[in-house]
Design a protein around this ligand. Structure first.
Ligand SMILES: C[S@@+](CC[C@H](N)C(=O)[O-])C[C@H]1O[C@@H](n2cnc3c(N)ncnc32)[C@H](O)[C@@H]1O
Length: 235
């Protein structure tokens, strides 16, 4: 569902950076690898490597696609002795997972070829409203997000890391940095055109799944926020 949402937001594109010359691509935190496999299928001449703590359930059977099981915040032993460099590194939707963004982005820079790209599509942790301030406690959803941010911070994760992304990239000596923002409404009746209605439907479904999964999850990498941090065990 998230993959479909990103496809619509990016007008059907898998990548926003120029990709005709890309021969090697590293996807950090590839998750189910639906996106990784879609890129590998679209660019059959490109060597694509997906990395995740948990390997994907499907290997997709593509000759140019391999997976590595590793924690990307640990030293990158999976890179090999010759210190491989890539044409593109992608980090999608890891805002709630990474403790040390400056070090990760610096490491990406060190493993990119000169003139290569990094792409970091991500979400903002929070819901925003034309009528509520996001810190307004009268909205249960806003309160939930406040708990979420506090929960991730107990894991050393900065819920506002996205807002510091540009300066972080500049510090790592990336140049030609650009940032694009998309608004995803939760209420399809608040928008008129078909594209935004579809985005709103997917965003709401995704949000409801996230609320349930995150609130009830226990002992998965960074998502036992409520059961552990708020001590909501056994409810
Ligand atoms: C929200 S999913 C991202 C999905 C994927 N990037 C995509 O675009 O479809 C987050 C993934 O990051 C992985 N992850 C989180 N922290 C990680 C780490 N330190 N090293 C490697 N993978 C990590 C999780 O296992 C999970 O599969």
């Amino acid at each position: 569902m998230q993959h479909q949402l990103w496809r619509i937001l990016l007008n059907g594109q898998l990548l926003t950076v120029p990709h005709s010359q890309i021969t090697s691509l590293l996807h950090l935190g590839c998750g189910s690898a639906v996106w990784t496999a879609a890129v590998a299928a679209k660019l059959p001449e490109t060597v694509v490597v997906g990395v995740d703590i948990t390997p994907p359930a499907n290997d997709f059977g593509l000759d140019n696609l391999t997976f590595v099981t590793a924690d990307i915040e640990d030293p990158w032993s999976f890179i090999g002795e010759q210190r491989e460099r890539y044409d593109l590194i992608s980090i999608r939707v890891l805002v709630s997972a990474i403790r040390d963004w400056p070090s990760l982005i610096q490491r990406c820079f060190d493993h990119l070829k000169p003139g290569a790209w990094i792409e970091i599509p991500d979400v903002t942790i929070g819901t925003f409203s034309d009528t509520f301030d996001w810190q307004d406690e009268s909205s249960p959803l806003m309160r939930w997000y406040q708990c979420y941010r506090r929960g991730v911070s107990t894991y050393g994760i900065d819920g506002f890391a996205n807002q510091k992304r540009t300066s972080c990239l500049a510090t790592a000596q990336f140049t030609r940095i650009s940032e694009e923002f998309f608004t995803c409404y939760l209420d399809e009746d608040a928008v008129t055109d078909i594209r935004h209605k579809e985005i709103a439907q997917l965003t709401r479904q995704n949000m409801l799944g996230l609320l349930d999964a995150v609130t009830t999850a226990c002992d998965t990498y960074a998502f036992d926020l409520f059961s552990c941090w708020l001590q909501w065990r056994g409810m």
